[in-house]
Ligand binder design. Structure first.
Ligand code: GH3
Ligand code: MG
Ligand code: MG
Ligand code: MG
Length: 300
């Protein structure tokens, strides 16, 4: 069974401090421990704890430097850090907080006080995570929303630039959907959007496939490390699977609900940079041609 207790990383070079904190927190939390600055960075990146209790005076890299490194890394930047230290000058405290730590415990610490302050921070983190989740998800389909897609596209494009990896972008639009709403009502329209979203999840199910609702009845899929052939194959599978749902649509020339798909591909050479906007516009242009040439088809 997985441990659902919040996870805390404790890093200190003195065993006694680790033991005290461990004993005080182990009943409520899953605890991971480290004794060096390198441990702190490695474990925070690998384990993604909900909170880090970080000593400042460490043997290799100071707690302040560790904090700077974690705050500079997009995957660890939102993990709250509390400094636990014997260095209790005003300047130390100020520096720690300025580097992005959220709190500061002085040694020798009072365990009941540590417990309460840790609990408050964990609660705050839980709420922040929930808000972050809600602001990145489309409520109707459960897919990522446009905002999250834009962020994901930027980071994936940077990765592809560095690694010279191929990307495919699929722009999917439901055909004659205005008429579908007019004929069958908005509630059935919403149902159709959910069903199409399910098809997309089934057809683009690799861990690196990213699906989002781009807006209205348009969806977008970013395939990382994919060749143009793979992109076209996924697009064709989507088109076919939606067609095979056989959802009646009397306003469509095909009699059933269908989608059109535009596919753009890119693979940057050394020193080349992908233009995000042009990439999305290319997929959109292909989608436009798919519509122009009769709908229910894929154009790359
Ligand atoms: P085309 O084949 O050219 O794509 O025609 P279309 O009718 O699908 O395109 P158009 O852009 O004219 O209409 C899109 C429609 O999608 C209009 C709007 O009523 C509908 N729509 C957008 N968002 C939602 C939604 O959240 N729920 C429902 N039910 N309908 C939506
Ligand atoms: Mg120390
Ligand atoms: Mg449409
Ligand atoms: Mg549209």
């Amino acid at each position: 069974m997985t441990d659902l207790k919040p996870k805390i990383l404790i890093v200190d070079d003195e065993r006694l401090n680790i033991r005290l904190l461990y004993e005080g927190l182990k009943d409520e939390y899953q605890i991971i421990v480290g004794s060096t600055g390198r441990d702190a960075i490695r474990l925070a990146t690998k384990e993604l704890p909900d909170l880090v209790l970080l000593d400042i005076g460490l043997d290799d890299i100071s707690g302040h430097e560790v904090c700077k490194a974690l705050k500079a890394n997009p995957t660890t930047k939102n993990i709250p850090i509390i400094f636990v230290t014997a260095q209790d000058t005003y300047e130390d405290e100020l520096k720690g907080l300025e580097l992005g730590a959220i709190d500061y415990f002085r040694k020798p610490f009072s365990i009941p006080l540590v417990r309460v302050r840790v609990r408050n921070q964990i609660e705050l983190k839980r709420k922040t995570d929930m808000l972050q989740y809600l602001s990145s998800i489309d409520g109707l389909t459960g897919l990522a929303n446009r905002r999250q897609f834009d962020e994901h596209l930027s980071s994936t494009v940077r990765y592809a630039d560095r690694q010279h990896r191929g990307l495919c972008l699929l722009m999917i639009d439901i055909d004659r959907f205005k008429q579908y709403n007019d004929l069958y009502g908005h509630v059935r329209g919403d149902d159709a959007l959910k069903v199409v979203a399910r098809v997309l999840k089934k057809c683009a199910a690799r861990p690196l496939d990213f699906i989002a609702r781009f807006g209205g009845e348009e969806f977008i899929i970013l395939l990382t490390d994919s060749s143009p052939e793979e992109g076209a194959l996924v697009a064709e599978r989507i088109r076919e699977q939606v067609e095979k749902l056989f959802i009646p649509h009397e306003g469509s020339e095909y009699g059933f609900l269908s989608v059109s798909v535009g596919v753009a591909n890119i693979k940057p050479d050394v020193g080349e940079h992908i233009d995000e906007r042009a990439f999305v516009e290319h997929a959109d242009t292909c989608l436009y041609f798919a519509k122009e040439s009769g709908r229910n088809r894929v154009i790359s």
